[in-house]
Design a protein around this ligand. Structure first.
Ligand code: 23J
Ligand code: MN
Length: 264
């Protein structure tokens, strides 16, 4: 009998451990990724929902809905198979990934001030090293969650921040992604923005560096997270299993964080 598991259940029941929901509500107005129009790339379906019945003549005793959406809609999981650079790994899709990826500790890097000052802010290696100086090294097998407070934007317009030249939302310097994947061996990175890359990432070298380099290192992603401001820099445990879509590239996910109640 594991006293650790017994204590976990007890501490959840008594409120010593708090559960924070990092998930945005999935609804038809949920913003979806807008790729450069001139490229003629495919389009991700927004969330669509239709009532089947609601205790009525279509089903007198039951309420249920049909829904459809792109795999990468709202708060969602990115699997390594999502990117061309990750295509040759084994067990790299939503149905085959090791379930060990789905429950793991998190390091939360706060760049909310920088993102407020500059919507095109790119997280760099020196920024991560300064964080590590304060909080200790990022442990292998952690998620790195990139706090920008972007999920607090009051509208889809300000959230996607589309200008003539595309979206303007924070992202990563390629070297920072390599640092986390190779030097720190993280599970992946999670962000508050619509995708794990910057709004202007189609023009970075390599294009979409977080996708390219993270998935190229067989790592995962989480996008569209919220409530990262409620997490401690270290000490939270993330629960983020994607739907078990056969050979899925990702899926909407309910993402939860467990943390000691006195944190942060
Ligand atoms: C496809 C192409 C570019 C991007 C994305 C998907 C995502 O952000 C995503 O949700 O994986 S940037
Ligand atoms: Mn995605």
């Amino acid at each position: 009998m594991s006293t650790t598991l017994t204590n976990l259940a007890l501490e959840l029941a008594t409120g010593t451990i708090t559960i924070v929901d990092l998930t945005a509500t999935l609804e038809p107005s949920t913003p979806t990724l807008q790729l450069p129009e001139e490229m003629n790339w495919g389009v991700s379906w927004p969330f669509h929902i239709e009532e089947i019945s609601r205790y009525d003549d279509r089903g007198p005793a039951w309420y249920w809905n049909n829904f459809k959406c792109g795999e990468h809609t709202g708060t969602h999981f990115d699997a390594p198979i999502h990117w061309v650079s990750g295509q040759d790994y084994e067990n790299h899709a939503t149905d085959t990934l090791s379930t060990a990826n789905f429950i793991a500790p998190a390091c939360v890097i706060d760049a909310s001030a920088e993102a407020a000052a500059n919507p095109d802010f790119l997280l760099s290696v020196p920024f991560i090293e300064a964080w590590e100086k304060e909080h200790g090294e990022i442990e292998a097998g952690s998620w790195v969650l990139y706090r920008t407070d972007w999920s607090k934007k009051p509208s889809n317009e300000t959230y996607l921040n589309m200008q003539e030249d595309g979206g303007h939302t924070p992202g990563w310097e390629p070297s920072a992604v390599n640092f986390l994947a190779e030097k720190r061996d993280v599970i992946g990175v999670g962000v508050e923005t619509v995708g794990t890359d910057a709004g202007q990432a189609a023009g970075q070298d390599p294009m979409f560096p977080c996708h390219n380099l993270m998935h190229g290192a067989n790592k995962c992603g989480l996008a569209g997270l919220c409530n990262l401001d409620l997490l401690p820099a270290k000490g939270a445990v993330i629960i983020a299993p994607p739907l078990k879509i056969k050979q899925g590239s990702g899926s909407p996910a309910r993402v939860l964080a467990l943390l000691p109640s006195e944190a942060p």
